[in-house]
Design a binder for this molecule. Structure first.
Ligand code: ATP
Length: 417
């Protein structure tokens, strides 16, 4: 509903999956109105239905696109409420998403149900016979001061401890080895991907981000080097797992599936001023609740190449870009991945974090450094590729993931044995 008007609908299937229609454009809410000044907001229809049957002094609202995004158009609709309580799943990804939404909804009037073991999502609470009104009463206000005391932080610490045995970010379906090393993809971090020229950085990043988008990570692509239609074609091929050229009759079916993914593309190409790009990124992050921004690649965006004269200028421009994205990732709680070429490439030599163009600054500011490496297999005399996690600030775990390229499907996915 939007006011009294029906603007779309949500479906719930027997396997508990949900869909919204229209997919991206639905700008209304599912509401059980009890004419209250306080509302309980959930992301899933199943949770909504669980709460509707409870004796609660709140309006019950289900968001149109789950945790994926909170359309700006809903904000006036929610203005009527003095209090908003957000109750999502009890894992750290949902916790991060709920906190992001409170920024948009104005933190002062928002409370959150903490993702603790005895406070799972409403539907699970209902199934387990938990006392839902008591859990709702335990909702904690969101603190938003610039300076916090431990009293403000203790609930966050408890949440981290409670979730510490779980993968603490969104998992990759196609790259299980990465889940083991990186422990998932988290908001607020800066990752750098590097690798020799033509080693497959764009192709890999396309699949890596596609996989996350399939798990509802809203993604903004800044493809400065290749055109968006080529990137979208690569992603669609990777999603389809076979060449689309040979299956043109399937195009519409797969284009419909691809269109439903929360992926946005910046329309920049070639060299662009940093401020213009940052402005677009910040705007899109606010409007679409972007959780992952990709810049491919930094040198192309800045219009610099390793052969350009005046290295001081090009290094300082790249430093400024890295500092801007570092700051953006932290303040907007969004993951940023920067694709950066290596500084120098000597045949047969392995790259290290220090090989990143621009040197120390990039590796220092990054939370994660990923490197596509080549290695000659002495047994088969074939050049093997692998992805090396050379820095991991979250858990400190380092390691490698072999990259077997399927040329037809443009895919590096780990094959099921
Ligand atoms: N492991 C691989 N084996 C063979 N071909 C590959 C492999 N990975 C990518 N390719 C192909 O190589 C070409 C270049 O890949 P891609 O553009 O992803 O590399 P890149 O590292 O981003 O390049 P650049 O250094 O120019 O930015 C593409 O046509 C891609 O399909």
């Amino acid at each position: 509903m939007y006011g009294n008007e029906t603007v779309g609908y949500k479906t719930l299937k027997s396997d508990c999956s949900e869909e919204s229609f229209p997919f991206k454009g639905a700008k209304g809410i599912v509401i059980n109105s009890r004419q209250k000044k306080s509302a309980l907001i959930v992301a899933k229809l199943l949770d909504f239905l669980a709460l509707v049957s409870e004796p609660l002094e709140h309006d019950i609202i289900c968001l149109p696109h789950g945790q994926q995004n909170l359309p700006q158009e809903l904000l006036p609709l929610l203005e009527q409420y003095d209090n908003l309580i957000l109750w999502f799943d009890n894992d750290s990804v949902s916790w991060g998403n709920a906190k992001m939404f409170t920024k948009k909804l104005s933190e002062g009037r928002c409370s959150l149900i903490r993702p603790l073991e005895n406070q799972p999502a409403p539907y699970i609470c209902l199934k387990n016979g938990y006392n839902i009104p008591t859990i709702v009463k335990s909702a904690q206000p969101v603190s938003h001061a610039s300076i916090v005391t431990f009293a403000n932080l203790r609930e966050d610490v408890l949440t981290e401890l409670y979730n510490s045995d779980k993968v603490s970010g969104v998992k990759w379906e196609r790259f299980p080895a990465l889940n083991g090393i990186l422990k998932g993809h988290r908001r607020g971090e800066l990752s750098i991907l590097t690798g020799p020229t033509g080693s497959g950085k764009t192709t890999f990043m396309s699949e890596y981000s596609l996989d996350l988008a399939c798990s509802s990570v809203t993604t903004l692509w800044g493809s400065f080097e290749i055109r968006n239609q080529r990137l979208a074609k690569t992603m669609m091929t990777q999603m389809f797992c076979a060449p689309l050229e040979k299956n043109l009759n399937k195009f519409n079916e797969w284009a419909d599936k691809f269109e439903r993914l929360p992926i946005y593309f910046m329309t920049f190409h070639g060299q662009q001023p940093l401020n213009t790009v940052m402005e677009a990124v910040e705007h899109a992050t606010y409007v679409h609740d972007v959780a992952h921004v990709i810049i491919d690649n930094v040198q192309f965006m800045l219009g610099i190449s390793s052969s350009e004269a005046g290295f001081l200028d090009r290094f300082s421009r790249q430093d400024a870009l890295i500092a801007s994205f570092r700051n953006f990732a932290t303040t907007c709680n969004c993951h940023v991945t920067l694709v950066i070429h290596p500084r120098k490439e000597r045949d047969g030599e392995q790259l290290t974090p220090n090989s990143i163009f621009g040197g120390a600054k990039a590796a220092q500011e990054a939370d994660n450094v990923l490197i596509i490496q080549h290695k000659m297999s002495h047994a088969s005399l074939k050049l093997r590729k692998y992805l090396q996690v050379a820095k991991n600030r979250f858990s400190g775990d380092l390691g490698i993931m072999p990259l077997e390229f399927d040329k037809e499907a443009l895919s590096f996915r780990t094959k099921q044995k």
